[in-house]
Design a protein around this ligand. Structure first.
Ligand code: HEM
Length: 362
């Protein structure tokens, strides 16, 4: 096998100290600055924090031509982490004088790379093809996930260019997304006009139970990401009377209350013996109790196509079982077609002393 070329001079520079030099040139923003999200921690930023999520996302998937070469991969990941931390701290020239706008960068590795680096780690398994998927070869899978969140889309775009230039990574697919405004910490609305993001793990205990991987250091604090770009037939959906739209989702459009009343009651029936929340309603089909799986942390965004679905869970099965259950008869799927899809092992968090990817097997 040919020896892979080293990382370009620029990326080595960025990895080996230019980030420090750059941030020394301009004072990083104070830790209490609301525009700054700390990149360091036991888990990567961009998953459970910040809350509420940033208004914009720039999500791209890349192939790594030398990704199975461990030293090359290690240098790449360390450089990405260092650069992400410098950009998010504020004052970095690459952001062209813009405040960092709660910038976060979340990095994951695709199944091909995980299988090569640590065949026993979670994240070696790929997603199956689901009924109705219309996904071209370039829009399926990929070696590296770069999920960049920011309250200002230009910050995310500049960060994406800065992080990837000169790395040798090959672009595979990319989508941008935005979230509707939300009153407090509550969910925003999606392009169907419904509140989205109500049932989620939120407390530390819920996140530990359903989202974070535990086990050996290479994965502890990581998670499994599923990203899917979903084309929505918004015209078709909006042509339905609101009451019919509500039966598709299973919640009221105005208030987001379940059709069963203040509490979600999947067993509630009408006097005629029909389910109040229809058998094919999305919240019934997707509900963890119906599926018999964990609660996924959905952090989706509206997109030009419809929905940029992003979910984190400690087991790929949580997503797969939910999607299968939906495929068996979710009314919402009459209005939805998936056009891009991938899963990644999101690496544990990192710090100045323990670079991103350091814990992966040597
Ligand atoms: C096709 C585009 C989709 C749209 C427009 C959509 C929209 C919604 C809405 C409006 C809700 C109710 C509010 C909430 O609980 O957040 C919801 C709930 C949910 N969705 Fe989706 N969703 C879509 C696809 C998916 C997919 C692909 C999955 C996973 C396979 C999924 C999983 C869930 C889950 C787990 C819930 C919470 C259900 C509950 O426990 O009540 N959704 N979705």
């Amino acid at each position: 096998m040919a020896t892979p070329p080293p990382l370009s001079r620029r990326s080595v520079l960025l990895g080996a100290g230019a980030a420090g030099l750059l941030s020394a040139c301009s004072a990083p923003a104070a830790a209490s600055d609301p525009a700054v999200v700390d990149a360091f921690g036991a888990q990567q930023a961009g998953i459970a924090r910040p809350a509420p999520p940033q208004r914009h996302v720039d999500l791209s998937v890349w192939d790594l031509p030398h990704g199975t070469d461990r030293p090359w991969l290690g240098a790449l990941l360390a450089a990405l982490g260092r650069r992400a931390a410098a950009l998010g701290a504020g004052g970095d020239p690459a952001l062209a004088d813009l405040p960092p706008a709660r910038l976060t960068v979340t990095v994951g590795l695709g199944p091909r790379i995980v299988a090569a680096v640590g065949p026993d780690l979670p994240g070696t398994q790929d997603l199956p093809v689901f009924p109705g998927d219309e996904i071209g070869d370039r829009d399926r899978g990929g070696d590296l996930l770069l999920q960049i969140g920011a309250d200002e889309p230009l910050v995310a775009a500049l960060a994406m260019t800065e992080l990837t230039a000169g790395t040798g990574m090959i672009p595979r697919w990319r989508r941008t997304g935005y979230r509707g405004p939300s009153a407090s910490d509550g969910p925003g609305r999606n392009v169907l006009g419904f509140a989205d993001g109500i049932v989620l793990p939120k407390s530390d205990a819920e996140l530990a139970a359903d989202v974070w991987l535990d086990g050996p250091p290479p994965v502890r604090g990581g998670t499994i990401a599923v990203v899917r770009s979903i084309r929505l037939d918004t015209a078709g959906f909006h042509a339905l009377p609101v009451a019919a739209q509500e039966r598709v989702i299973g919640r009221r459009k105005a208030t987001a209350e379940p059709l069963s009343g203040p509490e979600l009651d999947l067993g509630a029936k009408t006097p005629d013996g029909e389910y109040v929340i229809p058998a094919d309603a999305h919240v019934r089909r997707a509900h963890p109790l119906t599926v018999g799986a964990g609660v996924m942390l959905r952090r989706g965004y509206n997109s030009e196509e419809g929905l940029l679905f992003i979910a984190f869970q400690r087991e790929l099965r949580t997503f797969v079982a939910t999607q299968h259950r939906m495929s068996e008869g979710d009314a919402l799927l009459r209005y939805a077609t998936t056009t891009a899809s991938a899963t990644f092992l999101v690496l544990p968090g990192f710090s100045a002393d323990a670079p991103l990817g350091q814990a992966l097997p040597a």
